[in-house]
Design a protein around this ligand. Structure first.
Ligand code: SF4
Ligand code: SF4
Length: 477
């Protein structure tokens, strides 16, 4: 292998897979530095939000709920039903376009700072691992050692704690799906009362445990579709964690005895500090790579080194490839402009759909299989069912009106009250004077009223005898 092949060999395979195809376990050194402190703040704030939200209620309902089984969704206190699916789909599309646009400009900032996988891995599981097994070199030695009492208790404790945390996390995930009250009920009633749910929770906890105890960075490298998309989303203007090769190369070892670094050499002292902290096991000096989750650990590590050798910080920093190569600033290119226009259009559309979203959604259908009835000698009647979805957080008394001149509504079963966030159904007769019907199908406009306010308008048809079209005597069935 010549020198070039050796330098470029990182391109031949993923950093965590050896030449023989085996997994290379990554032992990243515990990060320390300015950005790590900020990331700690962001991560623990997001974790507090995640674990606290299921306890927050608004008018007796959870503030966030994604109940796929009962097709009921509450987002920031607003109740959504399957009928609002178009808003949900558009919101998701907007979110995806936003992520794409954001990535084009800011690279994988999301992965390093906000992604749940990174937050759980780096700020919960990895921190506990450091606590139980020690820093990277101690972990490596522990793994290489044959089993003894010290290794046994450390490994057992770590995996037990990992599984318990997974169980608690799944408990909270479930609270987002069925609500905290029902999850509490499941736990309090014990496994015997709901063994299927209980086994389901244990299995999900097991999957969660495997992701963080075993899979780890493989999720970002192999499983995550967002990570795989980076190749098409990033361009030379995207901001990423980047090594300033113009300043750093040619790299050369620092001479601590003489406390000097040769003048003609670059600023990189080839200390490997940026490599040993990397949770995906790459060397950022090789350029932007698919494995890099922009966690900034290498920025902190290199800044600490630069401080010690009295050189300016920022040899590894947030920068675009172009800015490093040419010393230019971020350029607003056609791609960013196009994504911005699409995103703005979608945001306007979502705003419009929210603005026309009614508190009550109603459907009126003539009773299936029914025709007209002879109500009395002067009137015909049709029988209808009305279905109402109350999207508000209070019970709503509903009244149905039509123009007096058109006919009279006779509700069956008394006044109609639809419970909050629920679906109400009722049956009613519409009685119309025979003399007012001019054909066998007459259009009728119903008004759905609530507390004196018109909530919805629905059109339906009133069926009369066919003879109204032909002029012969009626002959009802
Ligand atoms: S930490 Fe900085 S100086 Fe050390 S090898 Fe990495 S880039 Fe070079
Ligand atoms: S290269 Fe740097 S930013 Fe990228 S994953 Fe490794 S440590 Fe994090």
């Amino acid at each position: 292998m010549n020198e070039f092949d050796e330098n470029e060999s990182f391109r031949d395979r993923v950093s965590t897979i050896a030449e023989d195809g085996k997994r290379l376990w990554v032992y990243p050194k515990r990060p320390a530095g300015r950005l790590f402190k900020y990331r700690n703040l962001v991560a623990y704030l997001l974790l507090i939000i995640f674990f606290a939200t299921p306890f927050i209620k608004l008018n007796g309902d959870p503030v966030m709920l994604f109940d796929f089984l009962q097709r009921r969704f509450i987002i920031f206190g607003v109740v959504f039903f399957p009928q609002d699916f178009h808003i949900f789909v558009l919101s998701m599309i907007t979110f995806i376009v936003f992520v794409v646009l954001f990535t084009v400009i800011f690279g994988r900032l999301f992965c390093g700072w906000i992604c749940p996988q990174t937050i759980f891995m780096e700020f919960i599981f990895r921190q506990l691992e450091y606590l139980i097994e020690g820093n990277n070199s101690k972990q490596r030695k522990l793994d290489e050692r044959t089993m003894d009492f010290d290794k046994l208790w450390r490994k057992s404790l770590k995996h037990l704690v990992f599984y318990l945390i997974s169980l608690v996390t799944v408990y909270f995930f479930l609270a987002y799906v069925i609500g905290m009250d029902r999850v509490r009920g499941l736990i309090e009633s014990g496994p015997a009362a709901n063994w299927a749910g209980f086994v389901g929770m244990l299995i999900f906890a097991g999957v969660h445990y495997l992701v963080f105890a075993k899979l780890r960075e493989q999720v970002c490298i192999i499983v995550c579709p967002y990570g795989r998309l980076q190749g098409v989303l990033l361009d030379r203007n995207s901001i990423n964690v980047s090594y300033d090769y113009k300043r750093g190369e040619p790299r050369a070892k620092y001479n601590p005895l003489e406390n000097r670094h040769e003048a003609e050499k670059g600023d990189c002292i080839d200390c490997n500090s940026c490599v040993v902290v990397c949770p995906t096991g790459i060397d950022i000096r090789n350029g932007t790579q698919l494995e890099c989750i922009n966690c900034t650990a290498c920025i902190d590590a290199c800044d600490n080194v630069m401080e010690r050798v009295h050189k300016p910080k920022g040899l590894i920093r947030y920068a675009s490839e172009r800015s490093i190569a040419e010393g230019t600033k971020l350029k607003f290119n056609i791609r960013i402009l196009f994504y911005s226009v699409v995103l703005s259009g979608l945001l306007i559309l979502i705003g419009y759909l929210f603005s026309i979203r009614t508190d009550i959604e109603s459907t009126i259908l003539r009773m299936p299989g029914s025709m007209y009835q002879e109500y009395d000698s002067l009137h015909y009647s049709n029988i209808y069912t009305i279905q109402l979805i109350n999207k508000t957080r209070k019970d709503l008394p509903v009244e149905l009106l039509i123009d007096d001149a058109e006919g009279e509504i006779k509700m069956m079963g008394g006044p109609l009250i639809v419970s909050k966030g629920d679906v109400g159904k009722a049956t009613f007769l519409l009685v119309v004077e025979k003399s007012k019907l001019k054909s066998s199908m007459t259009g009728i406009e119903f008004k759905v009223m609530c507390e004196g306010r018109e909530m919805d308008e629905i059109e339906a048809t009133f069926v009369g005898p066919n003879t109204l079209d032909t002029g012969s005597e009626p002959d009802n069935d």
